[in-house]
Design a protein around this ligand. Structure first.
Ligand code: THU
Length: 131
């Protein structure tokens, strides 16, 4: 249910550790098992070491034993249409098909829904390596 994704994304966003950018992001991925996994961005004084909310959510999912994503939601600050960065599009691609719906949200709700294939056309994926 989309409301559950929004609620979890708000909680994750509220826990973001982003003292350098002050850009707080929450992400939720739904596994093929129906469970929701949330994550937030975690920055670091050594800037490149920080990680995105999507990476955190995907790590939680894989750690739980799930490797298929069927729906995703990214929540940025109010008023911003926060799209996944290029690296996170590729991270999602590893575990999802091009028709994956990605909801772009702010704390007030979903602003737009787009597919992974639209964000990352002609992507390189596991099948290129026979997986
Ligand atoms: N960020 C995410 O966590 N996900 C996105 O989709 C876009 C950007 C984070 C990374 C960094 O902590 C901050 O937002 C500013 O780039």
């Amino acid at each position: 249910m989309i409301d559950d994704m929004l609620t979890l994304a708000r909680t994750m966003q509220s826990r973001a550790y982003a003292p350098y950018s002050n850009f707080h992001v929450g992400a939720v991925v739904k596994g093929a098992n129906g469970k929701l996994y949330g994550g937030c961005n975690v920055e670091n004084a050594a800037y490149p070491v920080g990680n995105c909310a999507e990476a955190s959510a995907i790590a939680a999912m894989v750690g739980d034993g799930e490797t298929r994503i069927v729906e995703a939601l990214v929540m940025g600050p109010e008023g911003d249409l926060c799209t996944p960065c290029g690296a996170c599009r590729q991270r999602l691609r590893e575990f999802a098909a091009p028709d994956l719906p990605i909801h772009l949200a702010d704390p007030t709700g979903i602003k737009q829904t787009i597919t992974l294939g639209e964000l990352l056309p002609m992507s390189f994926g596991p099948s290129h390596l026979g997986k």
